[in-house]
Design a protein around this ligand. Structure first.
Ligand SMILES: Nc1nc2c(ncn2[C@@H]2O[C@H](COP(=O)(O)OP(=O)(O)OP(=O)(O)O)[C@@H](O)[C@H]2O)c(=O)[nH]1
Ligand SMILES: [Mg+2]
Length: 586
C-alpha cells in the first residue's frame, strides 16, 4: 500500500491528470480504421472519467465519500436508498425502468461539495424530482452523516440506452459502489461486466444481495461470494437483505438494512477508513485511465501512419503522372501525327530531311527559304502542339486519378475518405481540360517571350525576320519535344529529323550555345506548368488528408502525460515501503 500523497505530490498528480485530459480532449480519430469506433469511445470515456471523477476528486481529497447505488433494473436500488435514508427521497416503482434521473442524497452541511463545478459537470443540478437524464437532483437530509453521500442511479442493464450510459458514467464518478443485485438476478451477465471493470480498476465495491428469500439466503449468498472471489472481488463486503414487505412509503423494515446502514455510518465517521476507500478508487481509476491512454496514443499513431500512407499512395500516382508527362514531352512522343504533319508543312519535308547530312550552311539557307513568309503554318503547328500536349496531360491525369483512387479503395479508411470527397476522385477534375488548355497556352507565351528576349538584338537580322518570333517559337517547342530523343545521327528517324531541322533553324539565328539554354529553359517552364496543373489534381487527395487535422504531436502528448502519471504513482508507492520493498504499484 502506498503512502498518502504529500500535498506537493498531490499537486503534481493533479497537474499530470489535467495534462492528460488536455492531451486526450482534442484527439480525433477521423479515419475509419477497424477499431476506430472502439478507440473513439475509449477516448471519450477517459475524458469523462477524468472530468467527472478523477480530476475533481484529486482536487478535493477531503470531499464527502460518494456512494453510488447501481445494479440491474428492479433490483431494488431506489427502495434501498429510501430505506437507508429512512424516508422517501427517490421514487421506487413497478414500471421498468423507474429511475431515469439520478438523485444524490447528502447531509445539509455537505451541500457545497456537490456543485456542478465539482462533480459530473454536465449534469444540471435541480432540487425537485425529474425524469431528465441530464439533471442531478440534490436532496439534503439529516438522516445521513456528514462526509457520506448516496446517489441512486438508473439501471446498468436498461432497455434504455441513455439509462445504461448514465449508469456507467455515474458509477465511474463514484468513490464507492453499492452494487445491488437480487437473489433472482445475481447471475445475470451485464452486472458482472461492471463488477469485472470495478475489480480491474480497484474501485471500492460493496455488494448488496437484495430481496433474498430466507430459505435461499445461505445457498445464494455462498454462491455469490464464490463468484465475487473468483472475479477479483473477494475483499468486497457482501450484504444480504432479506425479502421484506415494503411499507406504504415504499420503505423496507429498518432492520433489513440496519447492517448496511451501520457500515456506511462507520465509514462516514471514520475519516481514515473513508479516505482509504477514496484513495483505492482514485488510484485505481488514475492507473486505469493512464494505462488505457496508451491505447488511445497507439490509435492516434495508427491514424497518422494510415493518413501518411494514403498521402504517399496518392503522391505516387501523381508523381508518376508528372514524370510520365515530362518524359513524353521530351522523348519525341509528341512529334507524331498532327504536330509532325503541321511541322513538316511548315519547314518542308523530303529533300530537306534527306539532306540533313549535307553542309550546315546549305541547310540553313534551305530552311530559311522553306519557312519564309509562312506565318499561318507556324500558327498551325502551335495549335497542333497545344492539343497534343493537352491530350497528353489529360491522359496522364486520368490515369493518376484512377491509380490513386484504386489505392485508396483498398482500405476502409481510404474508401470512406473518397466518399467524403463530394466528387469522383477516380476521374480527373472536370475543369482540368480548361486549365490544361490555358496552361499550355501560357507555356507557349513563355516560349514566345524567351525567343523574343533572346532575339532582342537580332530582331532586324534577315534570318530572324524570315522565321519570325512565331516560327522560332514553334521550332523551339519541337526541339523541346525531342530533347531526350537523340536528334543527331542516322538513327534519328523522321521525328528526330524534324527536330533536327528546328534545331538547325534556331542555331542559324541564335547560335548553338543559346539554343541549348533556350531549349532547357523552355523544357523547365513546361515541366513547371504541367507540375502545377497536376499538383492541383493531387491536392484533391491531399486536402482530404489535411482536412482530417490529425495532430502530429497528439500521440506523444498523450503518452507523456500518461507516463507522468505512472511515474508519480510509482514514486508514491516507493515512499510507502522500505528500501528493499518489492511491493507492486497496484
Ligand atoms: N417486497 C419487496 N419489494 C421490493 C423490495 N425491493 C424493491 N421492491 C419493489 O420492487 C420494485 C422495484 O424497486 P425499485 O427500488 O424501484 O428498483 P430499482 O432497482 O430502483 O429499479 P430501477 O430504478 O428501474 O433501476 C418496486 O415496486 C419496489 O417496491 C423488497 O425488498 N421487497
Ligand atoms: Mg430506481
Amino acid at each position: 500500500m502506498s503512502a498518502p500523497l504529500t500535498s506537493g505530490d498531490s499537486d503534481k498528480m493533479l497537474t499530470a491528470l489535467i495534462q492528460l485530459r488536455g492531451a486526450l480532449q482534442p484527439v480525433e480519430l477521423p479515419l475509419d480504421l477497424a477499431a476506430a469506433d472502439e478507440h473513439r469511445a475509449t477516448r471519450q470515456e477517459l475524458v469523462d472519467q477524468l472530468e467527472d471523477y478523477i480530476i475533481p476528486r484529486q482536487m478535493t481529497l477531503e470531499a464527502p465519500l460518494l456512494t453510488v447505488v447501481g445494479g440491474s433494473t428492479g433490483a431494488g436500488k431506489s427502495t434501498l436508498v429510501n430505506s437507508l435514508v429512512g424516508h422517501r427521497v427517490t421514487a421506487p416503482g413497478v414500471l421498468r425502468p423507474t429511475t431515469r434521473s439520478p438523485v444524490l442524497v447528502h447531509h445539509p452541511d455537505d451541500v457545497g461539495w456537490f456543485g456542478q463545478d465539482r462533480l459530473l459537470p454536465d449534469l444540471q443540478r435541480v432540487d425537485h424530482a425529474t425524469d431528465d437524464p441530464d439533471a442531478l437532483q440534490l436532496v439534503a437530509s439529516d438522516a445521513l452523516e456528514p462526509g457520506l453521500a448516496i446517489l441512486d442511479a438508473p439501471d446498468v442493464d436498461s432497455v434504455e440506452e441513455r439509462n445504461r450510459q448514465l449508469a456507467a458514467q455515474l458509477l465511474a464518478a463514484a468513490d464507492l459502489w453499492l452494487f445491488v443485485t437480487s437473489a433472482a438476478r445475481y447471475a445475470d451477465q451485464v452486472p458482472w461486466i461492471f463488477l469485472k471493470q470495478a475489480a480491474e480498476r480497484s474501485t471500492s465495491v460493496a455488494i448488496v444481495l437484495d430481496r433474498t428469500p430466507d430459505e435461499a439466503s445461505q445457498t445464494v449468498a455462498t454462491h455469490l461470494a464464490r463468484m465475487l472471489a473468483s472475479r477479483g472481488l473477494k475483499d468486497s463486503p457482501l450484504f444480504v437483505v432479506a425479502e421484506g414487505k415494503v411499507d406504504d412509503d415504499g420503505l423496507l423494515p429498518p432492520d433489513h438494512v440496519a447492517e448496511i446502514r451501520a457500515w456506511l455510518s462507520s465509514l462516514a465517521s471514520d475519516s481514515e477508513a473513508r479516505s482509504l476507500v477514496v484513495k483505492n478508487t482514485l488510484e485505481g481509476a488514475s492507473r486505469t485511465v493512464g494505462r488505457r491512454s496508451y491505447d488511445v496514443a497507439d490509435a492516434v499513431e495508427e491514424q497518422q501512419r494510415t493518413a501518411e500512407q494514403l498521402r504517399t499512395d496518392a503522391d505516387a500516382a501523381y508523381d508518376r503522372a508528372t514524370a510520365a508527362v515530362a518524359e513524353a514531352s521530351a522523348d519525341g512522343t509528341l512529334l507524331r501525327g498532327e504536330v509532325l504533319a503541321r511541322w513538316q508543312e511548315f519547314v518542308g519535308t523530303g529533300e530537306l530531311l534527306r539532306s540533313l547530312e549535307a553542309r550546315v550552311g546549305w541547310i540553313r539557307d534551305r530552311v530559311v527559304n522553306a519557312v519564309k513568309g509562312k506565318p499561318q503554318q507556324a500558327e498551325r503547328v502551335s495549335t497542333a502542339v497545344e492539343s497534343g500536349l493537352e491530350t497528353l496531360i489529360l491522359e496522364h491525369a486520368e490515369a493518376a486519378a484512377e491509380r490513386a483512387a484504386a489505392a485508396w479503395g483498398q482500405s476502409d479508411a481510404g474508401r470512406s475518405l473518397l466518399e467524403r470527397a463530394g466528387e469522383d476522385l477516380g476521374r480527373a477534375s472536370r475543369d482540368l481540360r480548361r486549365r490544361a488548355e490555358s496552361a499550355v497556352r501560357d507555356w507557349q507565351v513563355d516560349v514566345l517571350d524567351m525567343v523574343r528576349n533572346e532575339g532582342a538584338d537580332k530582331r532586324n537580322t534577315a534570318r530572324f525576320l524570315a522565321f519570325g518570333v512565331n516560327g522560332l517559337s514553334v521550332a523551339l517547342m519541337i526541339v523541346v519535344f525531342a530533347h531526350t530523343a537523340g536528334v543527331t545521327g542516322a538513327e534519328a528517324g523522321i521525328a528526330g529529323g524534324s527536330a533536327m531541322v528546328g534545331q538547325k533553324l534556331l542555331e542559324a539565328v541564335f547560335g548553338d550555345q543559346a539554343v541549348r539554354s533556350l531549349a532547357e529553359r523552355a523544357r523547365q517552364a513546361l515541366e513547371e506548368r504541367v507540375g502545377a496543373l497536376l499538383d492541383v489534381e493531387r491536392a484533391r487527395y491531399g486536402s482530404l488528408i489535411d482536412g482530417l487535422e490529425i495532430q502530429p504531436r497528439a500521440a506523444d502528448q498523450v503518452r507523456e502525460a500518461a507516463r507522468r502519471i505512472d511515474d508519480l504513482r510509482f514514486a508514491a508507492s516507493q515512499l510507502g515501503k522500505g528500501p528493499e520493498g518489492t511491493e507492486g504499484i497496484q
